[in-house]
Design a protein around this ligand. Structure first.
Ligand code: DGL
Length: 268
């Protein structure tokens, strides 16, 4: 059995963990919500890299990790290269906005991308986007920085979450035209899939919502398989840790994962 570290700025990475638990049910997972430092999306690249490095180093000290899933688009965009350089013996699986699957799905060629400001401003995101913007009918990506949305979801503030979703969906719709409307919406932050029903109702049923939990979980399983990782450890299957309030993480994990595992406080 393998031990996999998973971290995010907060509860958003639980959307990736949910897919991981389905895909690799026999692995041991240690999930870290860095809620004391959330949101990452409006922090500098240096701050996000520093937090990602500290979390990974401490996780490695405490657990016999076989892989780390960076279950955060912002931390992947800003810190995964540095993590790989520091821990060259450890596989890292990152999460990136699903532009390629969206380009394959879109018929109107107009694709909305909701993500944090940090992700959208990153060199990694620009490279990913420009790799796809070519060909006879290139996709048009309309990016929307969603300031405050991950934080509202993190805090369970449903009224603010609704207001911000309405605002950002309206802004995206205004960027396309009636002749060529947005028909595909990329949820480029791991917090957003938990608001998929609300976003779907705001966009209408003809818009495809695309997220990355399932492909990231498949990729993680492949990485473990390639490395033939199967060490057995006598630890619980799922450990939930947070630098913030454990009750808050436990409540969200119960709602979103259906688990009754209580979360613990983690100082990092
Ligand atoms: N859930 C994270 C992401 O996927 C970060 C959100 C935030 O902390 O701003 O980008």
């Amino acid at each position: 059995m393998s031990t996999i570290g998973v971290f995010d700025s907060g509860v958003g990475g639980l959307s990736v963990l949910r897919a991981l638990l389905r895909e690799i049910p026999d692995a041991h997972f240690v999930y870290v919500a860095d809620s004391a430092y959330a949101p990452y999306g409006e922090r500098t690249a240096e701050e996000v890299t520093e937090r990602s490095q500290r979390i990974t180093a401490q996780l490695r000290q405490q657990f016999p990790l076989d892989a780390v899933v960076v279950a955060c688009n912002t931390a992947t965009a800003l810190a995964i290269d540095a993590l790989r350089l520091t821990h060259h013996d450890l596989p890292f699986i990152g999460v990136e906005p699903a532009l390629k699957p969206a380009a394959a799905l879109s018929r109107t060629r107009h694709i909305g991308v909701m993500a944090t400001r940090g992700t959208l401003a990153s060199a990694r995101f620009h490279k990913l986007q420009s790799r796809l913007e070519h060909g006879e009918h290139p996709p048009h990506f309309h990016s929307q920085p969603c300031d405050g949305l991950a934080d509202a979801i993190e805090r369970g503030d449903q009224a603010l979450t609704r207001i911000l979703c309405e605002r950002y969906v309206a802004a995206l719709q205004a960027k396309a035209t009636a002749q060529a409307p947005i028909d595909t919406l990329v949820l480029g932050c791991t917090h957003y899939p938990f608001e998929a029903p609300l976003l779907q109702s705001l966009c209408g049923p003809s818009v495809h919502l695309v997220e990355t939990g399932a492909p990231v979980a498949r990729r993680t399983r492949e990485v473990l398989h390639e490395r033939r990782l199967a060490p057995a450890h006598a630890r619980p299957d799922l450990l939930l840790l947070t630098t913030g309030a454990p009750e808050a993480l436990s409540a969200v994990a119960t709602r979103w994962l259906g688990t009754t595992t209580p979360a613990g406080h983690w100082t990092c």
